[in-house]
Design a protein around this ligand. Structure first.
Ligand code: ZN
Ligand code: ZN
Length: 219
């Protein structure tokens, strides 16, 4: 599914496995990155979808994780093995991935176990940036749904694309959710004034008006 000429959705729901959160692919010049990995239950389909857009495995530099939940990270280890990329996550969620915590990562909700996975680059600040091709990917710490939730922002073809993933939550004590942080983070997301919002489970929202209305519906 094409988002722009250099951003595509390559995983999630009907594209890979019904339990997969959305997986997005960014291709800037000769380098590429993935946003989230899905559960890993349909790795071959994910790999095929990436290739379909003319991106080869060797071009993938990063796997940016938005948070630790199993539907976004179960496939992270396999993605790194197959594509040789670095896994990036905020340190406050990385700890549950490295520990293989099936409660906080929500793996138990799916009747699964999360195998421990090391995170190559832990984000430790509110804002960070990564170079891909000759472009920049910004990350922001947006806790609430999970302690170390993060969003990623890129500019593509004049559009500000926000990879917000689980904007909708949910909030649950077993996920260590925090309502106060969540509300603060939603307000911050509004301030980013995205033109396109790539959500984790509810598709791709286009146009500032629709995006603002969607985010506000959870406030
Ligand atoms: Zn999710
Ligand atoms: Zn989640």
């Amino acid at each position: 599914m094409k988002v722009t000429e250099e951003v595509w959705q390559v995983g999630g729901g009907s594209l890979t496995d019904p339990e997969d959160a959305a997986v997005y692919l960014i291709g800037f010049d000769e380098q590429a990155a993935l946003i989230d990995a899905g559960t890993g239950k349909a790795h071959e389909r994910l790999a095929a979808n990436i290739e379909k857009w003319g991106v080869s495995a060797s071009q993938i530099e990063y796997l940016f994780l938005t948070h630790c939940h199993y539907d976004h990270t179960g496939g992270a280890q396999r993605v790194r093995e197959a594509f040789g990329c670095k896994i990036v996550a905020h340190e406050l969620d990385a700890v549950y991935l490295e520990r293989g915590d099936s409660n906080v990562t929500g793996a138990r909700w799916y009747g699964e176990v999360l195998n421990p996975v090391t995170v190559d680059h832990k984000i430790t600040s509110f804002e960070d940036s990564f170079v891909l091709g000759n472009r920049t990917i910004q990350s922001f710490h947006t806790p609430g749904h999970s302690p170390g939730s993060a969003v990623y922002l890129v500019e593509s073809r004049g559009k500000r694309i926000l990879f917000g993933q689980d904007v909708h939550g949910p909030l649950d004590p077993s996920l260590l959710s925090n309502r106060e942080d969540y509300i603060k983070s939603l307000k911050f997301l509004l301030s980013l004034k995205a033109d396109i919002l790539c959500e984790g489970h509810f598709g791709i929202f286009k146009g500032p008006k629709d995006i603002q209305a969607y985010i506000r519906s959870f406030l």
